[in-house]
Design a protein around this ligand. Structure first.
Ligand code: CMP
Length: 136
């Protein structure tokens, strides 16, 4: 069944010129782009996006980082799109969890600067897509 997920190329990925690489891997997997926008996110949107992490020790740094420069937000569509993109991204920690061949495994070193975000469940995807692409 086709579904949608929210993908972000985070400020580190944009800064390092990896937007094309992320999009290329999404397309090679067979997923489609339903919406795409380059945007510097306001703090209020970042707080809402990461609401589940608000009590974590890294929350402040995470907000600073995600609002530090433009991100590319993409609504990605396809069969099992949520799990499929998480497979492409690799685990949250680019060294300990992400394996080579994944975006984070190939390009990341630090957990905070892990290049991309992908919704982790259908509920998160729905919530995040409403926040980033209210008109979709
Ligand atoms: P993401 O998949 O966008 O979801 C939450 C983000 O918080 C995560 O990617 C990382 O960028 C960040 N994060 C998670 N754990 C840590 C950590 N231990 N230290 C710093 N940042 C973290």
């Amino acid at each position: 069944m086709s579904e949608r997920t929210l993908v972000l190329v985070k400020p580190d990925g944009v800064q390092r010129g990896l937007v094309g690489e992320v999009i290329s891997r999404i397309e090679r997997k067979g997923l489609k782009l339903a919406a795409l926008e380059l945007r510097t996110v306001e703090r209020s949107v970042a707080e809402e996006h990461y609401a589940e992490h608000k009590d974590k020790p890294f929350f402040g740094d995470l907000l600073e980082f995600i609002t530090s420069g433009p991100v590319v937000a993409i609504a990605v569509e396809g069969v099992r799109a949520i799990a499929a993109f998480r497979q492409l991204a690799g685990g949250t920690d680019p060294v300990e969890k992400a394996t080579p061949g994944t975006l984070r495994g190939d390009y990341g070193l630090e957990t905070q600067f892990n290049l991309v975000h992908g919704s982790d469940s259908p509920e998160s995807a729905e919530r995040e897509l409403k926040l980033w692409f209210p008109d979709l």
